[in-house]
Design a protein around this ligand. Structure first.
Ligand code: ZN
Length: 388
């Protein structure tokens, strides 16, 4: 007989987890200590993968037989910043209203973490043949950087799961593909001059304009690729996201910095795009700049790369997630998760979690309690399956 889903426990745990302000730039150790002691209370040992300075840590724990490859339940503990002025109530105090839980991270993705933790007593009570691994990371919101050291330990200090379910908000749909953001920082050095003596300077902002023009041409080509209608929009996007340059209205600007990103679909030749913009800088811009100013330079540096995700079509985990979610069809999304990194480490992955991505990262972020219930039912069926 399946045990009734522990809804009140999941709501309580969501409240507890949200109360830890784990905005990515802050420490997540208090939250991790809470989870560690909660698990210890159920006789489960946590393995931590801390950062060098100890400010943050990932947590890996196994319910069921140790040393056996099980199903990983993966989520990040960090959240995006919340500006209290934009919120109706305190972002870190969960407010329950109209069947919803409001608070930073309720949807993305402490609601899922709470569901997993709320199911632990039930998981523990069962005779699991396939263990369930709790796989909690940090710094997902700043480029999926925190999960990487933990993934590096899989198969070494930590048991490598046979598959991972990433519980990012998909409204409990089964997601088997997503785009991967790749970001670059561009720094242009020209030469300053009095703006009345423009011919004596090298205008770094003008050079940035030429590079951005070339990026615009590449963007048009990406938009003209055969559309993949599983994605919205159905093409890889490319855009400039930040720019600064110049110090005064009467000085030829000597520096300009900008950032751009590509949101790549699986299979896109991202390195080809980088080569092209680097070649444009070297052939079309630098020679002219250096004729006047030998110190002129253009540095194009990749600052972050999250691999796109395409599930292994042969793997059991997509079929399993569909069965557990009671669905027939997968879909793809445009936002990134840690799934591509797990998949890259040869751990077949799928994304399925409670809450709507439309509420993620917003002021007054919320998750419907009905989504928590659906997730608990999903995890309950997973445990049925894991008992064999
Ligand atoms: Zn997330």
């Amino acid at each position: 007989m399946p045990i009734a889903a522990p809804l009140s426990s999941a709501i309580d745990l969501t409240t507890r987890l949200v109360a830890f302000d784990t905005t990515s730039h802050k420490s997540n150790r208090a939250l991790i200590a809470f989870v560690e002691s909660y698990l210890a209370g159920h006789g489960i040992t946590s393995h931590l993968v801390p950062t060098e300075d100890g400010e943050k840590a990932s947590l890996f724990a196994t319910v069921g037989p140790e040393g056996v490859a099980g199903i990983g339940l993966s989520g990040h503990t960090d959240v995006v910043p919340a500006d209290p002025a934009a919120w109706t109530s305190d972002p870190f105090t969960v407010r329950q209203e109209n069947g919803r839980l409001y608070g930073r991270g309720t949807a993305d993705m402490k609601g899922f973490l709470a569901c997993v933790l709320a199911m632990v007593p039930d998981f523990k009570r069962r005779k699991l043949k396939v263990p369930l691994h709790i796989v909690f990371s940090y710094d997902e919101e700043v480029g999926c950087t925190g999960v990487r050291p933990m993934i590096a330990e899989l198969g070494n200090r930590l048991t490598k799961p046979r598959a991972v379910i990433v519980g990012e908000p998909t409204s409990m749909d089964v997601v088997d593909g997503h785009k991967g953001p790749v970001r670059w920082a561009v720094e242009i050095t020209g030469r300053a001059a009095h703006s009345s003596m423009a011919h004596l300077g090298v205008n770094a902002i003008s050079v940035a304009g030429r590079l951005i023009g070339e990026l615009g041409a590449i963007e048009k080509e990406l938009m003209a690729l055969p559309p993949d209608t599983r994605y919205v929009p159905p093409y890889p996007t490319l855009q400039v996201t930040e720019i600064t340059g110049g110090i005064a209205s009467n000085i030829v600007p000597a520096t300009c910095r900008f950032g751009f990103e590509v949101r790549a679909m699986p299979g896109l030749d991202v390195d080809g795009i980088e080569k092209r913009i680097v070649a444009f800088a070297e052939k079309e811009c630098l020679p002219e700049m250096r004729r006047l100013a030998p110190e002129a330079n253009i540095v194009i540096r990749q600052s972050n790369r999250v691999p796109p995700f395409a599930a292994d079509t042969e793997s059991e985990v997509v079929a399993l997630a569909l069965k557990l979610a009671g669905q027939n069809e997968t879909r793809a999304v445009s936002y990134a998760t840690e799934a591509g990194l797990f998949q890259g480490a040869k751990v077949p992955s799928v994304v399925c979690g409670p809450g709507d991505i439309a509420q993620a990262h917003t002021a007054d972020e919320w998750i419907a309690i009905s989504e928590i219930e659906r997730c608990l039912a999903f995890l309950d069926r997973l445990a049925d399956w894991a008992e064999g």
